[in-house]
Write a protein that binds this ligand. Sequence first.
Ligand SMILES: [Zn+2]
Length: 280
Amino acid sequence: MIKFGSSGFCYGFMKKHKSSSEMPTWLKRHKLSCHEMSFTNGVRITNETCEKFGKLFKKANIELSVHAPYFINFASPNPIAIEKSNMYIIASLQKMKYLGAKKLVFHVGTLLGKPRDEAFSRTYENIKNLLSILDEYDFDEYYLCPETMGKHGQIGTIEEIAKICALDERLMPTIDFGHINAFGGGCLKSEEDYENVFETLKKYLGDRFNKIHIHFSKIQYGAKGEIRHLTFKDNIYGPEFEPLAKVLKKYNVEACVISESSGTQTKDAVAMQKIYNNLN
Ligand SMILES: [Zn+2]
């Protein structure tokens, strides 16, 4: 099953609303069924507030996911940075128990000027170690969802994310198609381009290749990849959702498709849902 929804607060929502407690009714009114809450600048929300939001989202039948803080960097050579990254993951998961969210999206790391293969193997080992730390906790039913990234200085190509996710069934890829397109200088155009993403996932993940989390937005890019998120009004950078919609159906993909458009998340999520539902 595919669900469509938004990330954060869009302009339309902010015009009349202020709090996440009003988000479930807003999404329901737009016939959307998932939402991503951002802990991107730190995990500061109280357990009580999480519990309150969780109940409201559950009542409205909106599936919640969480985006972990941006400070995480499993590619860092500094052991303190790794310890902090582990803590950000654990702190997010603890809040998710109260929110009733099951998927935690995170950025795995940045190269910090180091060679890519060196930074990747560090990332891989540190995430493997994180999993053994999580064994000590009661987080078995939660998914860690490492994201494909848009800047050349970040870890997170499709292949890298697929290799990481192959480590354990608690890992589920977040495929950000805008990021993939920006990283590859506009590499996603045809249905075949999108199919190649799923073929790579299939190679590493076997049967579970089509159970993923999705971010979608058009993104401006330059020589080093991603520059900034755009809206569906853009017709220069892409990528376009239409060919992806067909591929999602063809591969029987189960996912929440989260719009990360710049300010028009709800509107663009509604547009994607319409395109998908109109397929035969
Ligand atoms: Zn992200």
